[in-house]
Design a protein around this ligand. Structure first.
Ligand code: ADP
Length: 498
């Protein structure tokens, strides 16, 4: 990702970008957006029995895009019943080799329909097409390919264990990487022989629903994947249902904690991937050009709507001024605007509510005496936008220094020693990600052993691979997605004694 950004950061004129702000009609033509979407239950698209509907909004225009079904309790119950029937009616007992073929076929079909998925993702979620095209969709396909490979090797992956699927899994996903988060959850669940009820986020359900169509096209047995769209109440109905064997949730820490409390003692398995406040620690011996690209990518990728974003920059005192000057000049070159323009670096904020949240954080920081820096650029008149922002002059106790903003906003603090860097990096209740920039390998090890985070990147940031486990510690949740560790979250493992 870092390289993609640096390749395009060529410094063309921002004003020219905005005067050319026209939606890319050609790109729009390759997707069909229906007026109304139903639920996917037992292999059929249906309207809700006891729910209503929601309007999904296009973030770059603020205009309605489509109506999506809002599943009520009875619909959630139907979906769980369909998933149970599919599990017991054959999916559980299918030869792992055949299961692998289904998952491979799905991966291939995602590749075949990559352009359509990428454009739909950018229209519905507001993210730059370059990111959907080069990151979200290829990584989604890669996740299915990777897990298809495991489907018939689970006994090998877990030596000495009897390996069984859990059963019916409820998966609740967020709006920042709609297709990719669906892939992260679905691929291991299906490869391990579970059936699924998936609840996409209310502002970004369209690519999950298209994925539902692709699953049908791949000829999966009815009920193996069910999709219940809707808002928080639909997710809550799935958690409260009682008929699922596991809930996998990615979203805010507040909702995650609530789900944890609700499921405590029920025997329902749970994994939580929650918020973050990742620290990006830059030492004075770091390769500055690379570090700046990493910092920019770490916070402005996907408008900062990234749970593992490097939203806190900690820079060693001796280079703070130089680094900040260069960072500001680099930020001036970022193109903010039409998500469907392939030269866009920063797209639209996902929703009006999220924009308000970001504005509140930055407004609050200004009133607490922090300095706010933004590039001198105009934003499109319609839609939801926020300029890339630097916040300096922090004491460390401000809300913006401690809480997750989930927007293109980077706070900056300096440090003198390694010990101070560790103390500042850990001065948060979260523990999802972190980054260390230094030429010294021993320092990378020293720092990564002390920084409290599930993932630490060294001289890079936001690198993802289906083979490496991802997840948090502390208030960022528990459980891992990806790699062999991610498989365990979807299996019942019993030691075999001979
Ligand atoms: P955000 O505040 O960033 O939208 P949420 O945690 O509210 O994050 O949303 C993540 C996902 O959780 C979405 O699919 C959302 O609909 C769902 N959700 C929200 N509230 C609940 C709840 N009480 N129980 C279960 N799922 C919920």
């Amino acid at each position: 990702m870092t390289t993609t950004r640096s390749e395009t950061g060529t410094g063309e004129n921002l004003a020219e970008t905005f005067s050319q702000y026209v939606p890319s009609i050609e790109a729009r033509d390759i997707v069909t957006i229906k007026e109304r979407y139903g639920l996917l239950i037992g292999g059929e698209e249906r309207q809700p029995r006891d729910g209503g509907s929601l309007t999904t909004i296009e973030p770059s225009s603020g205009e309605p895009l489509a109506e999506i079904a809002e599943a009520g309790k009875a619909d959630v119950d139907d979906a769980v019943t369909a998933a149970r029937a599919a599990f017991e009616g054959g999916w559980r007992d299918l030869s792992p080799r055949v299961r692998a073929k289904y998952v491979f076929r799905l991966a291939r079909l995602i590749q075949d329909r990559a352009r359509e998925l990428a454009v739909l993702e950018s229209i519905d979620g507001g993210k730059p097409i370059r990111e959907s095209r080069d990151i979200d969709i290829p990584l989604s396909a890669a996740h299915f390919f990777y897990h298809a490979g495991w489907a018939d090797k689970l006994e090998y992956a877990m030596p000495g264990m009897r390996v069984e699927p859990l059963g019916v899994v409820g998966q609740i996903i967020p709006w920042n990487f709609p297709l990719l988060m669906a892939a992260w959850k679905l691929a291991p669940a299906l490869a391990c022989g579970n059936t699924v009820v998936l609840k996409p986020a209310e502002t970004t359900s369209l690519t999950a629903l298209l994925l539902g169509e692709i699953v049908q096209e791949a000829d999966f047995p009815p009920g193996v994947l069910n999709i219940v769209t809707g808002a928080g109440a639909t997710g809550a109905a799935l958690v409260a249902h009682g008929g699922v064997d596991k809930i996998a949730f990615t979203g805010s820490t507040g909702v995650g904690k609530m789900i944890g409390r609700q499921l405590a003692g029920t025997g329902t398995r749970l994994t939580l991937e929650l918020g973050g406040k990742g620290a990006h620690v830059v030492f004075d011996d770091a390769a500055l050009d690379q570090a700046i690209e990493g910092i920019v990518d770490g916070i402005f990728f996907n408008q900062g709507h990234v749970c593992c974003a490097g939203s806190r920059l900690l820079v060693q005192e001796g280079i703070a001024e130089t680094l900040l000057g260069r960072l500001k000049r680099r930020m001036d070159l970022l193109r903010v605007g039409d998500p469907l323009d392939k030269n866009t670096d920063v797209g639209a904020i996902n929703s009006h509510a999220q924009l308000q949240r970001i504005e509140e954080y930055v407004g609050g920081a200004a009133s607490e005496g922090c300095e706010i820096h933004q590039p001198d650029a105009e934003l499109p008149e319609r839609g939801f936008w926020f300029l890339p922002t630097l916040v300096t002059g922090l004491g460390g106790s401000e809300r913006i220094a401690r809480e997750e903003v989930f927007g293109p906003v980077l706070t900056v603090q300096s440090f003198r020693t390694e010990a101070e860097a560790v103390a500042k990096a850990n001065a948060t209740s979260y523990g999802l990600s972190g980054g260390v920039w230094t030429e010294k390998g021993s320092r990378i090890l020293w720092m990564s052993q002390r920084m409290k985070a599930g993932v630490i990147w060294a001289n890079s940031f936001n690198q993802f691979d289906a083979a490496s486990p991802f997840g948090g510690v502390r208030e960022s949740g528990f459980g891992r997605e990806g790699g062999r560790q991610g498989l365990e979250e979807y299996l019942r493992l019993e030691p075999v004694h001979s």
